[in-house]
Design a protein around this ligand. Structure first.
Ligand SMILES: CCCCCC/C=C/C(=O)SCCNC(=O)CCNC(=O)[C@H](O)C(C)(C)COP(=O)(O)OP(=O)(O)OC[C@H]1O[C@@H](n2cnc3c(N)ncnc32)[C@H](O)[C@@H]1OP(=O)(O)O
Length: 379
């Protein structure tokens, strides 16, 4: 899998003769500092470091794309290739900055009086979790994969929601890093499964999905979705379990389940008809209708739409004010609003996962996934 351990080969931690740029010294120093890190920075970060090192020393990716089955090589190639034509100077700069941020994060973790403003939660690779102004922010962080949700990300979000539910924050926010909110389930979750492992894949997937959706159903504080860009699949269905949904006018909302031979999840088979009426829910959940932000607002899925240019500023100012309201009052009020539904939502979640488990073994679903990987189809 892409998230398998990726070592940074020693050779990549040494400079070739290379350029004598102003930043050359810093770049070399960064390579030395990297070796002093006590904590493993995680596979995603190691991939970024690997890619930036290759770009800085060799320029844009020039090696042939490895085969689909060669996961580690493919993940490294993808990371390097995703840097496109980034100049070697910029790559050196970014590499140096990344190392410096890792060193600072590590020493901040060791010093009690670290910045009181934003505290970054450690131990995550596919998401960034931080707390500031009484708001715990959970950010999908695989921008080069359009924030597709792989198994590791599902597990990390479950953990982050569990911790956010108990921490001192007043509200929690879920959002995406980069251009996309998220492109939904990572289709690689279905790739490279041997025929005799299909049933297990479907069973494990359904269990993970059930636990993932349950962690949204049970989340005890106001949960706000800040939809910064296009949202696909499960990231759209989960919006029904969020208490407020703010969207950039660049966001779109797409649940292409029948196109993928699958079926709705995230309690959308129950919540979407309640939110928007059965006729409109059918267009989204049966017939793959992609909504603009304005349509999603008109259909009741989105609370408010903001111009992309001022989206972050306006939304975070608003949320900062909301998060200064009395924490316990907000929590009990949210629970009152949702409690009558909780049992029903868990039952819907179980049923949806059961149906999906069967769908994942169907030819319709397998053909759709093969088409995606053969580049015959994209959404
Ligand atoms: C435990 C299991 C629970 C399952 C729950 C059920 C959930 C269901 C769903 O969420 S259904 C929705 C699934 N999502 C998709 O089908 C989206 C697939 N992606 C696309 O159609 C396109 O990538 C796109 C429209 C999102 C973006 O297109 P474009 O702007 O042209 O970018 P690229 O395609 O070049 O994307 C860059 C890079 O990212 C890879 N990627 C993007 N999204 C996904 C994804 N969802 N799964 C896997 N890979 C994804 C894409 O393949 C590119 O990789 P490459 O550079 O080609 O290696």
């Amino acid at each position: 899998r892409q998230t398998q351990a990726v070592c940074i080969p020693a050779v990549h931690l040494h400079m070739t003769t290379a350029t004598m740029q102003v930043s050359q010294k810093d770049f070399e120093k960064a390579q030395e500092q990297l070796k002093l890190l006590k904590k493993d920075p995680g596979n995603e970060t190691k991939l970024k470091l690997y890619a930036l090192f290759k770009q800085a020393t060799e320029g844009p990716c020039n090696s042939p794309k490895p085969g689909m089955l060669d996961f580690v090589k493919k993940a490294k190639w993808d990371a390097w290739n995703s840097l496109g034509n980034l100049s070697q100077d910029n790559a050196r700069q970014k590499y140096t900055e990344l190392v410096s941020s890792l060193i600072s994060a590590e020493s901040a973790g060791q010093t009690k009086d670290a910045s009181p403003k934003e505290s970054r939660h450690g131990g995550y690779e596919t998401i960034i979790v931080s707390t500031e102004n009484n708001i715990t922010k959970i950010m999908f962080n695989r921008p080069e994969r359009k924030n597709a949700i792989n198994h590791q990300m599902y597990r990390e979000i479950i953990k982050a929601l569990h911790e956010a539910g108990k921490d001192d924050s007043t509200i929690a926010v879920i959002t995406g890093n980069g251009e996309y909110y998220t492109s939904g389930n990572d289709l690689n979750n279905f790739a490279n499964v041997k025929p005799n492992e299909m049933e297990k894949m479907a069973k494990d997937g359904a269990e993970l999905l059930k636990e993932f959706v349950s962690s949204f159903i049970d989340f005890p504080k106001p949960l706000i979705a800040v939809v910064n860009g296009p949202a696909i699949g499960i990231s759209v269905t989960l919006l029904g379990l969020c208490d407020i949904v703010y969207a950039s006018d660049r966001a779109t909302f797409h649940t292409p389940f029948s196109q993928l031979g699958q079926s709705p999840e995230g309690c959308s088979s129950y919540l979407f008809p309640k939110i928007m009426g059965l006729a409109k829910a059918n267009e989204m959940l049966l017939f793959n209708k992609k909504l603009t932000a304005a349509q999603a607002y008109a259909w009741g899925l989105v609370t408010e739409v903001f111009p992309d240019g001022t989206f972050q500023k306006e939304v975070w100012e608003r949320l900062k004010a909301y998060a200064s309201l009395p924490k316990n009052s907000l929590a009990v009020s949210k629970q009152l609003l949702r409690s009558m539904e909780k049992e029903k939502l868990h039952a819907v979640n179980s049923k949806e996962c059961e149906v999906l488990k069967e769908r994942w073994l169907s030819d319709e679903c397998l053909n759709a996934i093969v088409s995606f990987f053969q580049r015959k189809s994209k959404l």
